[in-house]
Design a protein around this ligand. Structure first.
Ligand SMILES: Nc1ncnc2c1ncn2[C@@H]1O[C@H](COP(=O)(O)OP(=O)(O)O)[C@@H](O)[C@H]1O
Ligand SMILES: [Mg+2]
Length: 352
């Protein structure tokens, strides 16, 4: 899967953009605040129907404009699909070849962006969504289970708030969907940990990385959830919401057996997240048979050059199409291998 062509109108500081990409390496260069991140953000928005750095659609509209358009031509096994994202004050619409897409498989993007290093020490919800989104890409059914779980949870919470005595009617479904989510998460984390323990990987980072699921499972997940729900029922009734289930769990990043949120340096956190993405991509390829589109937004800062080079080298060996944004004009090796784009004040020129 790769992006052949991108056309943007009125997105962030970009008035109009019309570019063709290399199916392998694309190097987007420019000084600060020129529009590098905006370009990859436009790509991401078409894949996820939201931005990675803003919750509000309207912030994506160029100042003073009232609608934006992004067109992307995606090539998949030789077939070209055109995705279009339209956003205005009142409307957000995605179209694939002119029709509403049936699912989200049309464009699979894995991104690294600098703020993600805060995921390691931020709220558990960030780490849950990191894992959940990764699982979704290799198991499209996961989103259905997830949605069903959230629906049960909402209903049960409404009953708890209203002090309705019928809360038990949601219990079985909550336990079944909840257990399925926990099982999938633990399975995924095991896969990532196997990758982290691999000898080749140890050569990249020379440190021990590990992910830990916060809930320790003894026997059956279903039995354990049922038992916890019984135990906490009184408290739940007092508080008016559900205290047990995957929506309360966490994924802990460990660096050399210690919690990374407390002990890792900024550079180490950055390496951990980038390594997680590397593992995610390798797993994705094993399951889907092709690579997702990889975006590395400003990955190099805070990494020493040895770490940066070895991470980059390994990412490039295990990837399909890659977009790298950088302020560093001196990366001669990348220059040689990539299609190079220069971004100045929202406009793009190619170097060749
Ligand atoms: N909605 C918007 N309309 C116009 N300009 C914007 C909007 N949102 C952000 N900007 C500006 O766009 C510029 C480019 O931002 P960005 O893509 O993050 O730059 P870079 O990644 O090159 O450092 C910044 O000056 C930013 O303030
Ligand atoms: Mg940027």
């Amino acid at each position: 899967m790769y992006i052949d062509h991108l056309k943007i109108k009125n997105f962030r500081n970009i008035d109009f953009l019309d570019v063709s990409f290399d199916k392998r390496l694309n190097f987007i260069l420019g000084n600060n605040a020129q529009g590098k991140t905006s370009i990859v953000e436009a790509i991401y928005s078409v894949a996820f129907l939201k931005s990675f750095r803003s919750e509000k659609n309207l912030e994506l509209l160029k100042y003073g404009k009232d609608e934006l358009n992004i067109n992307i031509d995606i090539v998949n096994s030789g077939v070209i699909d055109r995705a279009n994202l339209y956003i205005s004050e009142y409307k957000k619409q995605i179209r694939l070849n002119g029709k509403k897409p049936e699912n989200y498989k049309y464009l699979n993007v894995v991104i690294f962006f600098p703020d993600e290093i805060n995921y390691i020490s931020s709220y558990p919800s960030f780490r849950r969504s990191l894992i959940d989104r990764s699982i979704f890409y290799v198991n499209y059914n996961y989103i259905n289970i997830y949605k069903k779980y959230v629906r049960c949870l909402k209903q049960r919470n409404i009953f708890l708030k209203k002090k309705n005595s019928e809360i038990d009617c949601w219990k079985d479904q909550l336990i079944n969907y909840g257990a399925e989510i926990i099982r999938e998460r633990i399975r995924y984390i095991d896969k990532i940990n196997k990758f982290f323990k691999n000898e080749n990987f140890k050569k990249i980072n020379e440190e021990n990385y590990e992910l830990n699921y916060s809930k320790k499972i003894s026997s059956s997940i279903e039995e354990q959830l049922a038992e916890e729900l019984n135990r906490k029922q009184e408290r739940e009734r007092q508080l008016g919401y559900t205290l047990v289930g995957p929506h309360r769990d966490d994924i802990i990043f460990l660096l050399n057996d210690r919690p990374a949120d407390a002990y890792a340096s900024q550079g180490q956190k950055r390496s951990m997240i980038i390594s997680y993405k590397m593992a995610q991509i390798i797993d994705y390829k094993a399951v889907q048979g092709h690579y997702p589109v990889l975006i590395l937004d400003d990955m190099a800062s805070e990494l020493d050059s040895k770490r940066k080079n070895i991470l980059l080298e390994n990412l490039l060996q295990n990837s399909g199409q890659v977009f790298i944004t950088s302020t560093d004009f001196k990366q001669a090796e990348l220059y040689r291998k990539s299609k190079v784009f220069h971004v100045i004040d929202g406009t793009v020129s190619t170097a060749d």
